[in-house]
Design a protein. Structure first.
Length: 204
C-alpha cells in the first residue's frame, strides 16, 4: 500500500486527488467510477494516481473515513441534557446529522451504493449505524434510569428511529433531484417529534 506522503507537495496532491475522486463518485456513483476517471479529473497520469492509492476501493474508503466520524460528531447534543430537555436534545442531534448528511449528500449517495456491492463498505455502514444506536441507548439509560437498557424492545425502537432518520436523509438529500426540496429545519422538527413520542411522551 502506498505510504501517506509527508511533504507539503505530496499532501497537497493527495488532497487534490480526494477532491477529484469526490467529483467522480458524485457524478458516476461507486460502481461505475474508474481510477482512470479520477486521474483525468485530477489531471494526473494513471501511474501518478496509483502512487497515492492502490485501487478504487482504498480511494473511496479514504474519502468517506472523515465524513463518517464528522457525521457522528455532528449528531451529538452536548449543550442539552437528554433527561431534562429531551426534545431540545433530540432536535439538536437530528439537525446536526441532517445538515452534515446534506453537506455530503453526493458522497453518501455513492456510499450507500457501495454498501450494496462490497462487503467492506457494508461492514463500515453497519458499524457506523450501530455506533449511533449504541450511543443513544446508553444516553437513554442515563436519562431514564427505570428503563431497562438491555430490553430488546428498547434497542429495536432505537434501531427503527435510526433507520427513519438515515433513510429519510437518503431520500430527501442524496436523491434530491427526484424529490421536492425539503427544508432541513422542517425535516428536523418532523423526525424529532417522532423520536420524542417514541421515547419520552409518557414521561413529560
Amino acid at each position: 500500500m502506498p505510504a501517506v506522503p509527508t511533504t507539503p507537495k505530496g499532501l497537497k496532491t493527495r488532497e487534490h486527488i480526494l477532491q477529484a475522486a469526490r467529483a467522480v463518485f458524485a457524478r458516476s456513483g461507486f460502481v461505475a467510477a474508474r481510477m482512470s476517471d479520477v486521474a483525468e479529473e485530477a489531471q494526473l497520469s494513471l501511474g501518478g494516481l496509483y502512487r497515492y492509492f492502490t485501487n478504487k476501493e482504498n480511494l473511496f474508503a479514504e474519502l468517506i473515513a472523515d465524513i463518517h466520524d464528522e457525521l457522528y460528531q455532528a449528531s451529538r447534543a452536548p449543550d442539552y441534557d437528554l433527561a431534562a430537555e429531551p426534545r431540545a436534545a433530540l432536535y439538536e442531534a437530528n439537525r446536526g446529522y441532517l445538515q452534515h448528511y446534506y453537506d455530503n449528500r453526493d458522497v453518501m449517495r455513492a456510499f450507500i451504493e457501495s454498501a450494496t456491492v462490497e462487503t467492506r463498505f457494508r461492514d463500515i455502514w453497519w458499524q457506523m449505524r450501530n455506533r449511533h444506536i449504541d450511543r443513544f441507548v446508553h444516553a437513554l439509560a442515563k436519562a431514564q434510569p427505570d428503563r431497562d437498557a438491555t430490553d430488546p424492545d428498547t434497542r429495536l425502537a432505537a434501531e427503527a428511529m435510526a433507520c427513519l432518520v438515515e433513510h429519510s436523509a437518503y431520500v430527501w438529500f442524496a436523491h434530491e433531484a427526484m424529490h421536492d426540496p425539503v427544508d432541513i429545519q422542517a425535516a428536523t422538527a418532523t423526525l424529532t417529534d417522532t423520536w420524542y413520542r417514541t421515547f419520552f411522551a409518557d414521561s413529560h
